[in-house]
Design a protein around this ligand. Structure first.
Ligand code: 3NM
Length: 210
């Protein structure tokens, strides 16, 4: 089944395995979706391939049960093997067109961008959405790009017809302003996973999106 993005505005919850803190991927997926997350991503930069694969299987099973698409960060091979709904790549990962060629028809492919030139280039790539960030300072990513602020979100909205996903340091207190600046979605790690009750945290974001 081809995956589709949820209607805008939507909450994109990124399950970064650095934030599991003993919780299971399956339980987090269920709670995030219960709170209103419309799209999920599994990100596991520091895990072994073997563990990434196992967590991806668990995430896909839970996301299917919850009826929400789940993308795998950076790894089309793992996405394919576990039957994930797509892949998200960054500027230094495999090019988006190569990734698309490795995935079944109908898979979702997203691309991170950090400046205007990269947003424009994304518009020429076979991607389903463009992520723009970091919108605010973030402690989550190693070596983040310079903060782009809401200005790049506003500019991206005018420069591309792709859905715009804003990322980086977004809280439920700032999510509304991010959407007002033109984003279709907010992608969030610490604002969700640093909380003990992630379903309630997701619901606060969902409410802020309007
Ligand atoms: N990518 P948090 S910022 C994974 O700018 C990631 O492309 C970014 O985590 C980018 O919501 C970021 O905790 C970290 O700030 C997002």
């Amino acid at each position: 089944m081809p995956a589709v993005l949820p209607p805008a505005p939507f909450l994109y919850a990124i399950l970064d395995t650095d934030f599991l803190a003993g919780r299971s991927v399956g339980a987090l997926v269920a709670d995030l979706v219960a709170g209103g997350a419309g799209l999920l991503q599994l990100r596991a930069g520091r895990e072994s391939d073997e563990r990434f694969l196992a967590l991806a299987r668990e995430g896909v099973a839970a996301s299917r049960a919850a009826g929400v698409p789940l993308l795998i960060n950076d790894r089309p091979d793992i996405a394919r093997v576990v039957g994930a709904d797509g892949v998200h790549v960054g500027q230094e990962d495999l090019p988006a067109d190569v990734v698309r060629g490795l995935l079944p028809a109908g898979a979702l492919v997203g691309l991170s961008t950090h400046d205007a030139a990269q947003v424009e280039e994304a518009g020429r790539m076979p991607v389903d959405y463009v992520a723009v960030g970091p919108v605010f300072p973030t402690h989550t990513k190693d070596r983040p790009s310079p903060v782009v602020g809401l200005d790049l979100v506003r500019w991206a909205r005018t420069a591309t017809r792709l859905p715009v996903v804003a990322i980086g340091g977004i809280t439920s207190g700032t999510a509304g302003a991010v959407i007002a600046a033109g984003a279709d979605a907010v992608a969030v790690i610490s604002g969700l996973l640093s909380e003990r009750e992630v379903d309630r945290a997701a619901a606060r974001f969902r409410e802020a999106l309007g």
